[in-house]
Design a protein around this ligand. Structure first.
Ligand code: AMP
Ligand code: GLY
Length: 419
């Protein structure tokens, strides 16, 4: 299959690596990064411009375009591709609102009867105060729109909750949500708007520091499978089945009923509470860094499933073949991340890391100049270890990370440690 992958992060590198591992595909990336460029052809186009992407995809005769990040989805790239007859993996602009607007997601969940935390929407500070008065800490406040991962605060500190509301109210409503206690799980579901194919659950680590200390980030690591989940539900499959029945299918039906059918990948962000699984967020795309640990576990069938989701034929596609393996991803970030990252510093040892068995380095923000590989952003790369067990995968990921050097580089030492 001739496949165009849009995006430039480790998530897109993972998608491309999985397609290449499956074999038989001709992959191009736009714009990609220095790591992706060593694997496939990369093209510098502005992927947020629907017309440009569509022209390139039509001229290039691509069989499928896989849209990685949310920005092109929100810009309507999938709509334009479909209009031109190019199969696009990713929802329309209207359906991507399930990620872009928290209040829209809540409305769909209410219609679908999907379990989620109770919430109140506030548009003034007086309404925020009233909602906080009747809430029990920790307080959970969410800005309604996309806020680059900075829109959510979970805090015991009333003053901090108020300050967050003050900061985001000018941009739109604030949701004050019930605090849900329990471990978080991300479950990806491929869908053609009617049928679903769930992938394996994963867990990510959002805080910068060990033991979940420090600020929120885009994600510092992930692992899959989740042995504690299998223990709790009898099997991982039992958990997945429950989420498909109680969350994914009702949501997809509600999206269709609303006139905004959802196709592509529905990312179910879940908390496993004592009262069952509840949704804390939906995303309209593959998660980062969870994708980096889910896709290496697929042996075959990925490209066919992505194309079937795009074409509306997911009900009759061959099942994905999974490896009996585990994967752990550890993120290496620049000094200063998640604030102002120091960029331009050399990254050394990537080849040495990849020489290790079961180690793959997925690039996120790298460039190649005269002095070799350099860091060009906050999250620089992911070292992914795969193995027969989580323990082996973890050992390999950290052995790989140990061979890589970046001045001031930050990483967590406890990814998948508890699991
Ligand atoms: P989000 O941007 O929606 O993923 O939220 C960021 C993080 O805030 C999540 O990964 C959770 O750790 C936390 N969070 C969000 N909603 C809740 C909630 N209702 N209860 C507890 N924690 C939450
Ligand atoms: N891992 C969180 C996200 O992709 O939004």
């Amino acid at each position: 299959m001739r496949i165009l992958v849009l995006g430039s992060g480790a998530r897109e590198h993972a998608i491309i690596a999985a397609l290449l591992a499956e074999g038989g595909h001709d992959v191009t990336a736009a714009p990609g990064n220095a790591g992706i460029a060593t694997d496939v052809e990369t093209v510098r186009i502005d992927i947020k411009q629907p017309d440009l992407v569509t022209e390139f995809a039509v001229d290039g005769g691509f069989d499928l375009v896989v849209i990685g990040p949310e920005a092109p989805l929100v810009a309507g790239v999938a709509d334009a591709l479909r209009k031109a007859g190019v199969p696009a993996f990713g929802p329309t602009k209207a359906a991507a609102a399930i990620e872009g607007s928290k209040s829209f997601a809540k409305q769909i969940m209410a219609q679908a009867g999907v379990p989620t935390g109770a919430d109140v929407t506030a548009t003034t500070m007086a309404e925020v105060q009233a909602a906080l008065d009747s809430a029990t800490p920790p307080y959970v406040l969410k800005a309604d729109g996309l806020a680059a991962g900075k829109g959510v605060i979970v805090t015991d500190d009333r003053a901090a909750a108020e300050a967050h509301a003050e900061a985001f109210l000018p941009d739109g409503p604030i949701l004050i949500e019930e605090f849900l206690a329990g471990p978080e799980v991300s479950l990806f579901v491929l869908t053609d708007g009617e049928h679903v194919v769930p992938l394996a659950p994963a867990q990510d680590f959002k805080r910068l520091g060990d033991g979940d200390a420090g600020p929120n980030t885009g994600g510092m690591g992930a692992y899959s499978p989740l042995p504690w989940l299998a223990e709790r539900y009898g099997s991982e499959q039992a958990f997945v089945d429950e989420v498909v029945e109680t969350v994914a299918l009702p949501t997809i039906r509600a999206m269709a009923a609303h006139g905004t059918p959802f196709t592509g990948l529905l990312y179910c962000g879940l908390i496993v509470t004592d009262a069952g699984v509840k949704v804390i967020e939906f995303n309209a795309r593959f998660g980062d860094p969870e994708t980096q640990v889910v896709l290496p576990r697929i042996e075959s069938g990925l490209a066919d499933a992505l194309l079937a989701a795009a074409n509306g034929t997911l009900g009759s596609v061959a099942p994905l073949v999974w490896r009996d393996s585990a994967a752990v991803a550890v993120v290496l970030a620049s000094e200063g991340y998640p604030g102002d990252p120091m960029t331009g510093r050399p990254v050394e040892g990537v080849d040495d890391a990849e020489a290790l068995e079961g180690v793959q380095v997925l690039h996120a923000a790298t460039g190649r100049g005269e002095q070799g590989l350099t860091a060009t952003g906050g999250r620089v790369l992911n070292v992914v270890g795969t193995g027969a067990t989580l323990a082996e995968a973890r050992e390999r990921a950290y052995a790989g990370l140990g061979r890589i050097s970046l001045l001031g580089g930050q990483s967590r030492s406890d990814i998948a440690a508890k699991a």
